[in-house]
Design a protein around this ligand. Structure first.
Ligand code: DGI
Ligand code: FE
Ligand code: FE
Length: 200
């Protein structure tokens, strides 16, 4: 599907401000990933009939804003803004950026849009009962142009054909990988997987 999508002049100014901020916070590879996920989120929003393409774009752009923060930065943000990580979260650094990203966007960027914020909060683990934007961001993160893992082509094809199948493949991929590496699986990830299995 073609991407004829343009931001309004106000949104464009905001996007430029966010990009400047992202370039300060992220390594070049992660910055490029953020731009690619923003594009992928717009494409999926168009394919799945999600109406707010700008929101999909901003969710993609901002989703990894704290990804390159240090362990100490994550910990002090969680403490400062009163986020209590669960036991699994506390031991899994990879999960922190989805939570601290939301804290930064809420408290430092003044973003109040709950739909955008929850999409970012659950972009790593997924959860049961995901909103359309949460699913779009979750999948956009898997199929963005910068991704090159084994199986990315099948993942892109699935996302283009059917959202539910794509979610199943993505969750199975993640859970299998975590099991192989003997990593704990976040309950939200298992809830998302179980929900899809039960729906079949
Ligand atoms: O930030 P990205 O690299 O773009 O992607 P992401 O936010 O989806 O993070 C992927 C990482 O998160 C990957 O190393 C696996 C990890 N992860 C995802 N779900 C879980 C998880 N790690 C644990 N321990 N448990 C999970 O349920
Ligand atoms: Fe991420
Ligand atoms: Fe990402």
């Amino acid at each position: 599907m073609s991407t004829t999508f343009t931001l309004t002049p106000d949104e464009q100014r905001l996007a430029e401000q966010y990009k400047t901020e992202l370039q300060k916070r992220l390594k070049p590879k992660r910055y490029r990933h953020s731009l690619c996920v923003a594009d992928a989120a717009v494409r999926l929003a168009q394919q799945y009939g999600y109406p707010d393409l700008s929101k999909a774009y901003f969710a993609g752009l901002l989703h990894d804003i704290t990804k390159n923060d240090s362990e100490q930065q994550h910990k002090s943000r969680m403490q400062q803004y009163g986020y209590q990580p669960s036991d699994i979260e506390a031991g899994q650094e990879k999960l922190w950026h989805a939570k601290t990203g939301v804290l930064v966007l809420e408290h430092e960027f003044g973003i109040t849009d709950r739909e955008l914020l929850t999409a970012i909060r659950y972009h790593t683990t997924a959860r049961a009962g995901m909103t359309p934007l949460e699913e779009i961001l979750y999948l956009a993160d898997f199929i963005s142009d910068d991704r090159d893992y084994d199986g990315v082509q099948e993942m892109r094809q699935a996302a283009a054909q059917d959202k539910q199948t794509a979610m199943e493949i993505a969750l199975c991929f993640t859970i299998t990988d975590l099991v192989e590496r003997r990593k704990p699986i976040h309950p939200d990830t298992l809830d998302a997987y179980n929900e899809l299995c039960i729906k079949e």
